[in-house]
Write a protein that binds this ligand. Structure first.
Ligand SMILES: [Mg+2]
Length: 319
């Protein structure tokens, strides 16, 4: 394995894209300027080989997942990305080609989201690889979106399409049959490379009453809004927007509806609002309403309340 300083200089320093806050990764820390009237939003997400990404996952896909999940958390707060720090623990003996591919994967996010690397640390480990990314964003002071502001009478929205991440993981594991190669590839791509809704999140500041990104699963994450806001969230399964590929999977196996509702890894936004929101980088679809009460209820395709095995109404009622 190449020398640590050599790795930083060769593969990571270019990811600062010359941002002054990073001092070219040659100083002890980054120094991020503050802007009057704004505050920083900071989030950290760590991923471990064999736990959060597949044992033999390609290095660029590890980078995609790391950036996607962290930017999605900034999006959920309505924050605009400023940059990130990274701690990387490479398995002993990791080759330069692997590190280069990982850095190339990161570079796509640096460019797409104007999200420069500002600092970090790189170490070797005798155990599985681990990567921890801290994303820093900014939002107008006091305006960050939270999970706690939903009120009875608000409408419940989601961005994009739901279920692709969980179905994509099934497809990547070879556990989703009866799909065309094109549909299977689409779902795998959505799992491996999330599309965090950064511009949608920013556009919801001042409009949405509560917001969360869907990482645990639509029903679980709406449950977090319900609990933090002290309200009940009621959604209809037939309103949930599906991709063409997810629709094909559901037609082949209707029991996948539960996976779509609870599976996670969507990295879309779910939010509540009294006003009609402006559309950002994804379509916004109404899936339900906020009422007094507690927990999440899902009306199924037959018009009856669904009982979800992996959670669902009873579990999320907070009883
Ligand atoms: Mg989140």
């Amino acid at each position: 394995m190449a020398d640590e300083f050599d790795i930083i200089h060769r593969y990571f320093a270019p990811l600062t894209r010359g941002d002054k806050a990073a001092f070219g990764l040659t100083d002890d820390a980054a120094s991020i300027p503050t802007r009057a009237g704004f505050e920083h939003v900071v989030t950290t997400d760590a991923i471990v080989q064999g736990v959060h990404f597949l044992e033999d996952e390609r290095p660029e896909n590890i980078a995609h997942r790391l950036c996607g999940s962290n930017l999605s958390d900034l999006a959920a707060m309505g924050a605009r990305p400023l940059g990130f720090t990274l701690a990387a623990a490479w398995q002993k003996g990791t080759g330069a080609a692997f590190i280069e591919a990982f850095a190339t994967g990161l570079g796509e996010w640096v460019d797409d989201f104007d999200f420069p690397l500002l600092g970090g640390d790189t170490v070797t480990t005798p155990g599985p690889m681990m990567f921890s990314l801290t994303a820093i964003g900014e939002v107008e002071a006091g305006k960050a979106l939270t999970r706690g502001g939903a009120k009875p009478g608000d409408t419940v929205y989601v961005s994009g399409t739901i279920g692709d991440g969980a179905l994509g993981l099934l497809a990547a594991q070879g556990n989703l049959d009866g799909l065309s190669d094109k549909d299977a590839d689409y779902l795998k791509g959505r799992f491996r490379r999330p599309s965090p809704r950064v511009s949608t999140g920013a556009s919801l500041v001042g409009t949405a009453s509560a917001c969360i990104d869907i990482s645990d699963g639509l029903v679980q994450d709406l449950g977090h809004i319900a609990a933090a806001s002290g309200v009940s969230v009621r959604i209809k399964s037939d309103r949930i927007p599906l991709s063409k590929a997810a629709r094909a999977a559901l037609e082949a196996d209707p029991s996948l509806l539960e996976t779509i509702l609870t599976g996670g890894d969507d990295y879309e936004l779910a939010f509540t609002s009294l006003e009609e929101p402006e559309v950002g980088d994804a379509p916004l679809i109404v899936i339900g309403e906020v009422t007094e009460g507690a927990g999440v209820s899902v009306t199924g395709p037959d018009g009856e309340a669904m009982q979800l095995r992996s959670g669902g109404f009873n579990h999320f009622a907070g009883t």
